[in-house]
Design a protein around this ligand. Structure first.
Ligand code: NI
Length: 189
C-alpha cells in the first residue's frame, strides 16, 4: 500500500471542514484503500494518529494508535491502530489536562495544549459497524487532536500560550522528560 504525502500547514485541506462519508461507501475499495494508506503513512511518519485531511482528502475519517501514556514508548509499538468514520466527540467531565502535542502537518514543532481528560467517541468502524468508545488519558488527547483536523483546527489554535512552542530538538533537550527512543513519536498526529 502506498505511503501518501502529508500536507502541511498552508494547504487548504487543513483549514476546511471535512465532509461526512456516505455510510454505503465504507466497503468500497477506494475507501478501504484510503484507510490502509492512512495507516501506512502514519507508520512511515512515526506518528500516533492521522486524519484524512492531512493527506488532502476532505472526508470525516481518522486513524490513531490506542496508546494511553505519552511517556511510555514501550506501549506504542504494541498499541492497536483504530479507525473511525463520521465521528462525533462527546467531552466527558473533568478538569482540562495540559500536555505536549505535535502534528505531522506542522513538522518539528511541539507545544502545550489543554485537552479534556476523557471523551466518548461515536462513529463507524472500517467495517461500517457503529462504534462507541470511552477514551481516557493520552488516547483521549490523540483523538481530540485528530477530530480537530476534521474541522479545520490544528493544535496551535488550541494553545492558550504560544510561549511553550518549541522545535523538537530543543524540546527534547530542555523541556521533556519523555524517553527519546526511536520509533513512533507519541506526540504527533
Ligand atoms: Ni495533527
Amino acid at each position: 500500500m502506498p505511503v501518501r504525502p502529508i500536507v502541511r500547514l498552508g494547504h487548504p485541506a487543513l483549514r476546511t471542514a471535512a465532509e461526512a462519508l456516505d455510510p454505503q461507501r465504507v466497503h468500497d475499495d477506494d475507501v478501504q484503500a484510503l484507510i490502509d494508506d492512512l495507516i501506512d503513512t502514519m507508520h512511515d511518519a512515526n506518528g500516533v494518529g492521522l486524519a484524512a485531511p492531512q493527506i488532502g482528502i476532505g472526508l470525516q475519517l481518522f486513524i490513531w494508535r490506542a496508546i494511553t501514556a505519552r511517556t511510555d514508548p514501550e506501549a506504542v509499538p504494541e498499541a492497536p491502530v483504530r479507525t473511525v468514520i463520521n465521528p462525533m466527540l462527546e467531552p466527558l467531565s473533568g478538569a482540562l489536562v495540559t500536555d505536549w502535542e505535535g502534528c505531522l502537518s506542522i513538522p518539528d514543532l511541539r507545544g502545550l495544549v489543554p485537552r479534556r481528560p476523557a471523551v466518548r467517541l461515536h462513529g463507524l468502524d472500517r467495517r461500517g459497524e457503529p462504534m462507541a468508545l470511552t477514551l481516557e488519558d493520552y488516547e483521549a488527547r490523540i483523538v481530540q487532536h485528530e477530530y480537530d483536523h476534521l474541522n479545520g483546527i490544528v493544535f496551535l489554535d488550541r494553545m492558550p500560550d504560544l510561549r511553550s512552542l518549541a522545535f523538537r530538538d530543543e524540546w527534547q533537550a530542555y523541556l521533556t522528560v519523555a524517553d527519546d527512543a526511536p520509533g513512533p513519536d507519541p506526540t504527533v498526529g
